[in-house]
Design a protein around this ligand. Structure first.
Ligand code: ATP
Length: 712
């Protein structure tokens, strides 16, 4: 063991003095927020309803801890996205001073990565291991499956993405593979032994090739802290205060990690809202928040119920919605904004009419002075917004859509990153595979023999020696590839230069592979080079892209800086934590929200209910919940839909029914002219809606996994 020099921890002991505080905490916060922000040592659970200022409370707590003498480097702030941590530390710095920027903040995965980069060798991994995102991991599984000839029997073997989800689900839920298969994939029960063997092979492969997937980051860190008490002590000593945001969305592994991180000092603050737990499909367990007081002795519990965001009518609806959940902390949101419009329930004849209604209302709001960017249209899954996108484009209403594809999920970006990854970790066979097969003339077989040669036979994996098994057909390009990779590896090239060098090499391959649409894809490549500039090393650049993916649409948005800030279209998952003057929740159908898939899962409906709750609590002043009464499905034609069960039993004085009327259909002299309806200018192809008729289920099939490609 290396020689040790032990540093004294005396000067780390915070003074705890409150004498010279510069911030007026009691003035800026309400009584409960104040109690939470200024709480002393030990475990603290803040149960915070939507819009009750949990973010604000955490920011003040950060400032308070720093102001009362805790060194910022010894505060760990774990959040759901890196952006959330950066925003919070920046706001705390504004309140206090630059010391708050030094707080160690980020996601669980990023924090674990930091720990593993220092200690991976203790687990038999190199420190420069590569992090696989979900798609990379599925590709690796596919390679192993093909090589090992799994699933050659009579029965259908799961696809690579299913395999990854299955293994990941077991890990995140802390279940055995057998339990996961029985509960969630019963159709594969008979393949249990083969699946288990495949999972073992996947684990071995990752270790041999220096690869870790997202789950490994958590699982391996926990393994390290459980098995090596010395490392646990080192890591936990530097966590004098652990603060966890969105605790309701932690999974079993994360809850265990929190215990380990806080195992030396015992100071842990978790903030969460059980009613907003919406990541069950990734293993999140909202019960963690109920268990917290049992897991940590002498927990102080503070509840935040004063909502500062929404009007009382919107909160009344939110309270009524969440009452339907099976289990929740007893908290009732209230506000001082007692006046306001009732939330509206708006049936439309079909998807087209629903889209026209939203577009029309957005323009009316804009005329009334509500900026487009202060209005959001929320939906369960990205495809729910297609009709609306067409409508908005036709009317030239600018919008940005969140919850779609991430930059590093796009094929052309993956191509470029594969080159950077092989330089970083020449054992990364999946990335070699991708990079090699871009070259005309190299197929899977040739790629395989070249990979074996580079990873096993060659002295330097980035140098093509004489014995290399390549043919003249692609020799020139292959040599160019290797010389590019060696250039990228050299010490004196910045990350931007590395990306530029790969782009120069990649350009002709890119134009060839994406012959149909490469001009449309090209700006993403430029953007990638720009992003690289912010990173001091290739390794950090790759990790940050993997752990904190950037939305492709966010890139589009940056190009038109002078334009009016756009309307926000977002999946509900991606709207978490945001607030808007007016919210439209579209496609509120049974089968869409709750999704069909959720109806089959134990606890699935409650999860969807919480999702619905997250959507309605984003609204400050206006809330419209709409749905099409008919939909079209290929092969089936037009059919009647059923509104979401979550709105079905709500009384009119909580959710006001609104009738949409086509302008053409209004005959003001007619004795039965509709009263109080909102008219739409003449329909392009529709008739006035028929009255709703209920037949259960009918939204499009839905998969929670496509609800959002969320960053960890
Ligand atoms: N004590 C307060 N006085 C005035 N405004 C406040 C106070 N606390 C919070 N707010 C305001 O209330 C709004 C909601 O706060 P915040 O975003 O922190 O809530 P949240 O609990 O994180 O919400 P959610 O969980 O629903 O995303 C913000 O606009 C915030 O500025």
């Amino acid at each position: 063991m290396a020689r040790r020099i032990v540093l004294s921890s005396d000067r780390d002991e915070p003074s705890g003095s409150t004498e010279d505080l510069t911030i007026e905490y009691a003035e800026a916060l309400n009584e409960q927020q104040y109690a939470a922000a200024t709480a002393g040592k030990g475990p603290l659970l803040i149960v915070a309803g939507a819009g009750t200022g949990k973010t604000r409370t955490l920011i003040y707590r950060l400032a308070y801890l720093v102001e009362t003498g805790t060194r910022p480097q010894q505060i760990v702030l774990l959040t759901f996205t890196r952006r959330a941590a950066n925003d919070m530390t920046a706001r705390a710095s504004n309140l206090l001073d630059g010391r708050c920027e030094k707080v160690r903040g980020g996601t669980f995965h990023a924090f674990c990565l930091e720990v593993l980069r220092q200690h991976a060798e203790a687990l038999g991994f190199p420190r420069n291991f590569t992090v696989l995102d979900a798609a990379d991991a599925a590709d690796v599984l596919s390679v192993i499956r093909t090589r090992g000839e799994y699933g050659d029997g009579e029965e259908r073997f799961p696809q690579k993405n299913t395999l990854y989800s299955m293994f990941s689900s077991a890990t995140n839920r802390d279940e055995t593979l057998g339990e996961t298969i029985t509960k969630r994939y019963p159709q594969f029960t008979s393949l249990h032994a083969e699946l288990k063997a495949l999972r073992d092979a996947y684990r071995r492969y990752k270790k041999e090739h220096g690869l870790m997937d997202f789950d490994d980051l958590l699982e391996r860190t926990l393994e390290l802290l459980e098995t090596d008490d010395d490392v646990r002590h080192q890591v936990a000593s530097r966590c004098r205060h652990v603060l966890v945001d969105e605790y309701q969305d932690t999974n079993a592994l994360q809850a265990e990690l929190v215990k380990k991180f806080s195992s030396v000092h015992g100071n842990v603050t978790v903030v969460g809202d059980d009613a907003q737990s919406i990541y069950k499909f990734r293993g999140a367990d909202f019960r963690n928040i109920f268990r917290f007081p049992d897991e940590f002795d002498d927990t102080e519990v503070v509840k935040l119920e004063h909502n500062y965001r929404s009007t009382q009518p919107i909160l009344d609806l939110a309270n009524r919605v969440i009452e339907q959940a099976e289990r929740s902390y007893d908290k009732t949101l209230f506000t001082e904004k007692t006046e306001g419009e009732l939330p509206a329930l708006v049936p439309a004849a079909d998807g087209d009419m629903e889209a026209r209604f939203v577009a029309e209302m957005v323009l009316r709001l804009r005329e009334d002075g509500v900026p487009l960017s202060d209005v959001a249209v929320l939906f369960r899954s990205s495809h729910n917004a297609y009709d609306l996108e067409v409508e908005l484009n036709q009317r030239n209403i600018p919008f940005v859509k969140y919850g779609g594809m991430k930059l590093n999920e796009a094929a052309h970006i993956k191509d470029v990153l594969a080159h950077l990854k092989v330089v970083e970790n020449p054992q990364d066979a999946a990335s070699w595979n991708r990079a090699l097969q871009l070259i005309h003339g190299i197929g899977p077989k040739t790629a395989q023999s070249l990979i074996e040669w580079t990873t096993e036979a060659a002295e330097d994996p980035l140098t093509l020696g004489d014995g290399a098994p390549f043919s003249d057909r692609y020799a020139a390009r292959l040599k160019q590839l290797f010389s590019t990779l060696r250039h990228v590896r050299s010490d004196d090239t910045s990350v931007t230069e590395q990306v530029e060098a790969i782009l120069d090499y990649y350009q002709p391959l890119f134009e060839n592979k994406y012959a149909d649409d490469h001009p449309k894809r090209a700006p993403d490549l430029e953007h990638l080079a720009g992003l690289a500039a912010n990173h001091e090393s290739r390794q950090r650049f790759l990790s940050s892209l993997t752990l904190d993916p950037i939305e492709l649409t966010a890139l589009d948005q940056e190009t038109g800086e002078d334009d009016e800030p756009p309307l926000v279209l977002s999946t509900i998952h991606s709207a978490k934590g945001l607030e808007f003057h007016t919210v439209f929740l579209i496609r509120a159908l049974d089968g869409t929200i709750p999704s069909r898939h959720a109806l089959r899962e134990p606890g699935g409906v409650d999860e969807e209910l919480r999702l619905f709750y997250v959507a309605v609590t984003r609204a400050e002043e206006g809330l419209f919940i709409s749905y099409p009464m008919t939909q079209y499905r290929r092969g089936q034609g037009e059919y009647m839909t059923t509104p979401s069960r979550f709105v079905e039993d709500l009384p009119d004085d909580v959710l006001e029914p609104v009738q949409l009327v086509e302008e053409d259909a209004v005959d003001e002299n007619a004795p039965d002219a509709p009263e109080g309806g909102d008219t739409l200018p003449s329909s392009r192809n529709g008739e006035a809606p028929a009255p709703p008729e209920s037949t259960r289920d009918d939204g499009p099939p839905d998969d929670p996994a496509d609800a959002d490609g969320l960053p960890f």
